[in-house]
Design a protein. Structure first.
Length: 743
């Protein structure tokens, strides 16, 4: 298959693999020599171009397989590329330098490990081992892990590595005062310990290789001779050290092809720099740019809506998607549904999904894409009531998440002191010095005295069976439970649980956690407290949670997908629901507060990604009111809704916006815009719940209904969304209308 000479002047073959490409794609494949940027819009055949180009280089004998360096972001993408290249070649592709950044750098580092003080047999530490080693270093440096959690300090170190900064390269502008200004010193000691142990962490793989290429011209020249062509996938997601590594390897021959989409750069929170793709033509003189704009996924109205939205971003290279299939020229407009509140939004989405299912729509081709994980709860509960199977992609179901299980355990231990499982789960969360020995002592006492675990703990505190700080911490926790039980009677369950999470130290535990997951966990806890307001008592809520947790999944494979917009990148569905398009929710307030105009542009790119996941229909929704903790908050439709061209949308719903009276443009002072000033939501106190307009779907008195747990019954009274129902077998109950179906 491959000839003695890797380079040939033979003309490119005109086989089927080129005939299947459109003109844009073919130009990207056949522009082989010199720097090339392929701007590949959503659904434009990016993977086909990349793999065909790889095979084309080999088939035209420009290089041997081991002279092409192909870089992906995931192992899955690397496997797919290998399979597709092999299919075009007609035989397995062997000897390829194809893989993720980390895999390729690990392979290169084993050849040059001695240049950074390692041997070729070095090991790669996992996250747990990294933290264990860092804690040892912090102990030597006398840094209090309670004030400065190791996870947070590890985050600082990894961000330095992502930016290509060794301890020696950290200047005053890059340093931090975290850990009393000792972070840089800890980083240096941590690196020394890694070398002494002949180990590296994942960040070191790229950092070490970049340092080797920077400091050893002979090694760099060797790789220049070795790799004649470089192919890079998802270039918009590269961070600084990945960018440096690629530039060093490509600076000789400059035969580098980067494929990406600046409009889909949505990972700045994990170090991605959209500027890498924006400055490609400056980095590589004489670079050519090929735009792939023929979309083979979505209908014309969806593409026009997405293009109109993303055009509001200033930091982009620019392209306009158009349908690549004749049958996609027409289609449904993007549906924008305004609802009265978040409860109605959950019902609307669930009911539309149920109707689609009845019409024969494949559930596997339906997705609900949310800005943040906490938003899935209302949709999960509605789908459970309707008996529609679903899956939470990239995460757990709402009530299965660690922080939610912990919070519910606190509630259970408060309502029912004899709940040993709940007490055991949270007795040392957050840490109270309760180790295995202390827990065993409490269990043995409980069995000997025949009393619950918490009662045994109380007796041990009184009798001195627990001593010192442990006695004080357990005694304090038991006193808090007594206090919270009293507050339930006085202040109600919503305020009590909110206070419980704060006073127990549980909320502060997650605030101190600097991992990327911590903000999402805090949002989930807020959503949990919000959910409490829908129930008369804490006991009623806990009964509901049990019902949700016991719900059995449908045995079939077809399920609706619930996921975040970040998790949906690269996926596609026939029908996509995009709820929560309100100011502060989406665009996300925290993102704009932290990153300003750059944050807003990334939020808009995220909206663009959401719209372009849809093949046939996209349903955007916004609510006029949302409950934050126990208070209602009036919500303003997202600016992104205004930015979608009106001719490509269809507006409906109980709180639909009037598109001819748009929100006034945000004010500007001295040429600087302050986009949120004119859009601050109004907070309405709990006792001022906004009056809901008459609902067409209200369940009338006398109607027969079905509840998943209580069975069939008859509605005897209705108070807004609360129904009094006489169940045939369970007696009289008060339930929310969204948890019943018309019989």
């Amino acid at each position: 298959m491959f000839y003695n000479s890797p380079v040939s002047n033979a003309p490119s073959p005109s086989g089927d693999y080129l005939a299947r490409l459109n003109p844009e794609q073919r130009a990207a494949v056949e522009t082989v020599d010199g720097p090339l940027l392929v701007l590949a819009g959503a659904g434009t055949g990016k993977t086909r171009v990349l793999t065909t180009r790889f095979a084309h280089i080999l088939l035209t004998r420009r290089a041997f397989p081991n002279q092409v360096l192909a870089v992906t972001f995931t192992n899955k993408a690397a496997r797919e590329m290998r399979e597709r290249v092999s299919a075009i070649l007609g035989q397995p592709a062997e000897g390829l330098w194809l893989g993720t950044f980390h895999a390729l750098c690990a392979r290169m580092l084993r050849r040059n490990a001695d240049l950074v003080g390692l041997t070729s047999s070095f090991t790669i530490l996992d996250t747990d081992d990294q933290l264990r080693l860092l804690k040892q270093v912090m102990e030597v440096e006398k840094i209090d892990p309670k004030r400065f959690p190791p996870q947070a300090l590890m985050g600082v170190i990894q961000r330095w590595k992502d930016r290509g900064l060794t301890p020696a390269r950290i200047g005053a502008a890059d340093d931090t005062d975290y850990a009393d200004g000792k972070a840089k010193s800890v980083y240096a000691t941590y690196q020394m310990r890694l070398r002494a142990l002949n180990t590296a962490d994942f960040g070191d793989l790229l950092l070490h290789m970049t340092e080797i290429l920077r400091g050893h011209p002979d090694v760099l020249a060797q790789y220049h001779r070795m790799f004649r062509y470089i192919l890079v996938d998802e270039y918009q997601d590269t961070n600084v050290v990945q960018y440096l590594w690629l530039r060093l390897l490509a600076q000789s021959h400059k035969n580098i092809c980067c494929v990406g989409d600046d409009d889909q750069s949505i990972y700045s929170w994990r170090g991605a720099e959209v500027e890498n793709i924006l400055r490609f033509e400056k980095d590589f003189e004489g670079a050519r740019t090929v735009r792939l704009e023929s979309n083979y996924r979505s209908t014309a109205p969806i593409l026009a809506a997405a293009s109109g939205l993303i055009a509001h971003n200033e930091g982009r290279l620019g392209k306009t998607l158009r349908p690549g299939r004749a049958d996609a020229q027409n289609g449904e407009k993007v549906s924008i549904v305004g609802v009265w509140d978040s409860d109605e939004e959950g019902r609307m989405v669930g009911d539309k999904i149920a109707a689609l299912r009845r019409d024969g729509h494949d559930l596997a081709e339906i997705a609900v894409l949310v800005r943040a994980g906490f938003q899935t709860r209302s949709f999960e509960e509605r789908l459970i009531v309707l008996g529609v199977p679903y899956r939470v992609v990239g995460g757990l179901r709402f009530y299965e998440r660690q922080e939610i299980r912990d919070a519910v355990a606190y509630m259970r231990a408060t309502v029912q002191p004899a709940d040993d499982l709940a007490f055991e789960r949270i007795v040392n969360v957050p840490r109270r010095g309760v180790g295995d020995t202390a827990l065993r002592t409490m269990h043995e006492a409980a069995r000997a005295w025949g009393i619950p675990l918490s009662a045994a703990a109380a007796r041990l505190v009184e009798t001195g069976g627990l001593k010192g700080k442990l006695r004080d911490s357990i005694g304090g926790l038991l006193g808090q439970f007594t206090h919270w039980r009293g507050r339930l009677e006085q202040d109600g369950h919503v305020q009590t649980v909110s206070a419980m999470l704060d006073e127990s130290g549980y909320t502060d535990m997650w605030k101190a956690d600097k991992t990327p997951e911590a903000p999402g966990r805090l949002e989930n806890l807020k959503e949990l407290v919000r959910a409490l307001a829908d129930f008369e008592t804490l006991g009623g809520f806990l009964e509901h949670v049990s019902l949700v947790m016991e719900n059995e999944e449908n045995a079939g494979d077809a399920k609706v997908s619930l996921m975040t917009l970040h998790g949906a990148k690269g996926l596609e569905f026939d029908t996509v629901f995009l709820p929560g398009w309100e100011e502060g929710v989406f665009p996300n307030q925290r993102s704009m507060d932290e990153s300003g105009a750059k944050g807003l542009e990334e939020e808009r790119r995220l909206a663009y990604v959401g719209l372009t996941r849809a093949r046939k229909r996209a349903i955007v929704s916004h609510a006029a009111n949302r409950r934050i903790y126990a208070n209602w908050q009036s919500s303003i439709p997202s600016r992104f809704i205004e930015e979608i061209p009106e001719e490509h949308t269809e507006v409906s719903g109980s709180a639909a916006i009037a598109r001819d009276s748009r929100i006034a443009a945000p004010p500007s002072f001295g040429g600087v815009q302050f986009p949120m000033i004119a859009r601050a939501p109004k907070v309405i106190e709990a006792w001022e719940k906004p009056a809901r307009p008459a609902r067409a779907d209200a369940v009338p008195v006398g109607a027969r209904v079905f509840h998943q747990k209580f069975g069939y019954g008859t509605v005897t009274a209705a108070d807004d969304d609360k129904l009094d129902i006489a169940f045939d077998k369970s007696g009289d109950k008060r339930v929310l209308d969204r948890f019943v179906e018309r019989a």
